[in-house]
Design a protein around this ligand. Structure first.
Ligand code: HPA
Length: 277
């Protein structure tokens, strides 16, 4: 099946299960998926059942689409995401985003766990992504362009919505937490970076590094979604601290900041329509 027919099949299936017209789509990163369990009147569909969706193989990722209500807003959440390092093509990652757009989601909040490169950051900080550097070596838009979805050469000069960043800042302030801002560097993974790469990425302008998000954001911007990105700084990037890196530590930190993260995202979703450019 072509990408367009897989998209059509996926959207038809999900609509037949009652999915559709969400106020916002959310992609929940490593250890951050619990928020989907808080949605009221949930509808759940496992990725295995959705045409064109790959399986999510990573510990800490549930692998299902959940739609439900949070503070009266209809939220469509990916509880677990697809990563390039799992062997998925970036076009498959784009497919999931496009399905959410076709279901009617005008906006996407994308979240992840990331290593902190900026020395002012501390473990547990939440960072609004102001821009990204795509170091994955791939791009989800490679291949034939569907002009009905978006342009062949989409502009990325303001991929992350200033309006939504202002909404997020205000939400952070009202909760008494200051949000960091910075540039997210996406790498393919799955190996963590050696210190020399981190040194290099810092000089290139990255504040944080991770193995996800950018393919999703490129696909979302291409099809006209308004995007907000939030990184949870789970560790000091390699070579900047004493510790060796491991995935368990990443998950452990996301567990610790879960309450703050959920409060923030909930407040952002409540105030989704506030503020202008
Ligand atoms: N590097 C890459 N990805 C990550 C890291 C890191 O240090 N921490 C969490 N995800």
């Amino acid at each position: 099946m072509s990408g367009a027919s897989l998209g059509f099949a996926a959207v038809s299936l999900l609509k037949s299960k009652g999915f559709g017209q969400p106020d916002v789509a959310v992609i929940l990163g490593s250890g951050l998926g619990e928020l989907a369990n808080r949605l009221e009147q949930p509808l759940i569909c496992r990725y295995d059942d959705i045409p064109g969706f790959a399986r999510s193989t990573v510990v800490g990722h549930a692998g299902q689409l959940v739609q439900g209500y949070l503070q009266g807003k209809k939220v469509l959440a990916m509880q677990g995401r697809f990563h390039y390092y799992e062997g998925h093509r970036q076009q498959q990652i784009a497919h999931a985003v496009r399905v959410m757009k076709r279901l009617g989601a005008p906006r996407l909040i994308v979240t992840n766990a990331a290593g902190g490169i900026n020395r002012d950051f501390s473990v547990g900080d939440l960072m609004l992504i102001t821009d990204h550097i795509n170091m994955t070596g791939g791009n989800p838009l490679i291949g034939r362009n569907d002009d009905k979805l978006g342009p062949r050469f989409p502009d990325m000069s303001q991929a992350y919505s200033r309006r939504l960043m202002a909404v997020a800042d205000e939400a952070g302030r009202s909760l008494g937490s200051v949000l960091r801002r910075g540039v997210y560097m996406a790498v393919s993974g799955p190996s963590f970076e050696p210190p020399a790469e981190i040194e290099c990425y810092g000089r290139l302008g990255a504040d944080a590094v991770g193995m996800s998000t950018v393919p999703e954001v490129i696909a979302a911007v291409h099809c006209g979604m308004e995007v907000l990105g939030i990184s949870c700084i789970t560790n000091v990037a390699a070579g900047l601290g004493e510790e060796k890196l491991n995935h368990e530590e990443v998950i452990e930190v996301t567990r610790k900041v879960r309450a703050d993260f959920e409060a923030l995202v909930t407040r952002i979703i409540t105030n989704l329509d506030q503020g202008g450019e």
